[in-house]
Design a protein around this ligand. Structure first.
Ligand SMILES: [Zn+2]
Length: 420
């Protein structure tokens, strides 16, 4: 009896999770749809319908399982009611109040329910409703990282998709350039997400074929529909750049990871970038081959992206273009310490590295407002592409383990590029 209960509980939990994830995806899509000026209406609705159908399919399975054991499982009846409420919320255009009432009657709310409730609020009231944002934030505060990470990330990405300024957790940033040093299992998490979502969608992404950049939008809507995406072809006319950059990077233990998409150097706290008077911490830097940015339509051999974050959660990326030329001493150190294994941070004993070694003498820049150049392609990232390239030898380029890991240039969509 106890065992059956546990099994049912497990199913119920899994299906509830599917519903919540569908809610979050839908909420993100809905919010985005509002945000983007109601284009792609038909496509969005088709997508949402598909998500809900998937969720309902899961619900059916659980209902069957529940019915079989109905007599001996009175204790689970309440849960089934909740479940029905969640389900009908989708079927009837969201009975948010019912769910709120139902949950209010309970002593405390689990994180899943907080997140789910918040997702439904977003779905019904849009991202303009202050309660929506508050509910998300509350649910995020309550999160238990390891078990609820996926829901939390979905919630964060939904908020970001809705155009809210969110501080994305490092764990939620997948393999994007904004990832900091703590995420050691990006691949594993992605596979996990796929399995739990179980919608038959492949969330793996890459640079070629069916996983290539032109298909990212299928799983990461902003990548396909965002209007301020990176990278760009940098070409005039330019506005006058007003930001003043000051860099104070410092030496620390070298930590390198091959995350399956790039080689990334995770930076210990203490390296700073100051933009005007605002301080940003350098989290990591990583490489693309060829450079993602073009200058006057031309790519460099490679580019290094230095990813910074302010206390308020703002992201700023400095791009250093690497042109084929002389050997680069800093890269020599890095390439001599490439991780032996994918997906694990490699910390070579007693090897120190100062990221400042990678910068040219001048910080003169081209600047524009863009996005992460990898899924989920979150916008609101300020880019400063340094005008002065640095050298890298042909042999060093050849030693970089990724032959192609650059997203193509994106549409300007009326943005202005500035030049200091
Ligand atoms: Zn990058």
């Amino acid at each position: 009896m106890q065992k059956i209960k546990e099994i049912i509980k497990k199913y119920l939990r899994a299906a509830l999770e599917v519903i919540l994830i569908a809610a979050l995806v839908a909420a993100g899509g809905f919010a985005y749809w509002n945000f983007a000026g109601k284009k792609h209406l038909v496509h969005e609705i088709a997508e949402l319908t598909e998500q809900v159908e998937d969720a309902e399919h899961e619900t059916e399975k659980v209902k069957e399982a529940l019915e079989e054991s109905e007599k001996s499982l009175q204790a689970l009846e309440d849960k089934q009611h909740e479940f029905e409420a969640v389900k009908s919320a989708f079927a009837n255009g969201v009975l948010l109040q019912d769910i709120e009432t139902l949950y209010k009657a309970q002593k405390s709310l689990s994180t899943e329910r907080q997140v789910g409730l918040a997702a439904l609020r977003l779905l019904t009231k849009g991202a303009g409703d202050p309660d929506t944002v508050a509910a998300f934030e509350k649910s995020l505060e309550m999160a238990e990282w390891n078990t609820r990470l996926q829901s939390v990330c979905a919630a964060q990405n939904a908020l970001a998709a809705a155009g809210q300024k969110v501080t994305l957790l490092s764990e939620c940033q997948r393999k994007g350039p904004a990832k900091d040093g703590k995420d050691k299992e990006p691949e594993a998490k992605d596979k996990h997400a796929k399995k739990e979502g179980d919608k038959g969608h492949d969330v793996h992404w890459g640079y070629e074929g069916d996983n290539g950049p032109e298909h990212w939008g299928a799983n990461f809507p902003i990548c396909g529909k965002g209007k301020k995406q990176s990278p760009l072809n940098i070409v005039g006319p330019f506005e006058k750049g007003k930001d003043t950059l000051a860099v104070a990077y410092k030496e620390g233990q070298l930590k390198v990871i091959n995350n399956g998409h790039t080689i990334q150097v995770n930076v210990e706290p203490g390296s700073k970038l100051t933009i005007n008077k605002e301080e940003f911490d350098l989290l990591q830097f990583h490489f693309h081959r060829p450079s993602e940015e073009q200058v006057d339509g031309k790519n460099s051999a490679m580019v290094a992206h230095f990813v910074h974050k302010s206390a308020a959660g703002k992201l700023a990326v400095i791009g250093v273009l690497l042109n084929e030329g002389k050997d680069n001493a800093a890269i020599k150190t890095l390439w001599a310490n490439l991780p032996p294994k994918e997906g694990e941070e490699y910390v070579p004993a007693k090897v120190k590295f100062n990221p400042g070694q990678m910068l040219p003498s001048s910080l003169s820049y081209y600047a524009y407002e863009g996005s992460l150049t990898t899924p989920p392609c979150t916008e609101g990232v300020n880019f400063y592409i340094l005008k002065t390239p640095v050298d890298i030898s042909k042999a060093q380029v050849a030693k970089f383990p990724f032959k192609l890991n650059a997203r193509p240039v994106q549409s300007l969509n009326g943005r202005k590029i500035s030049s200091d």
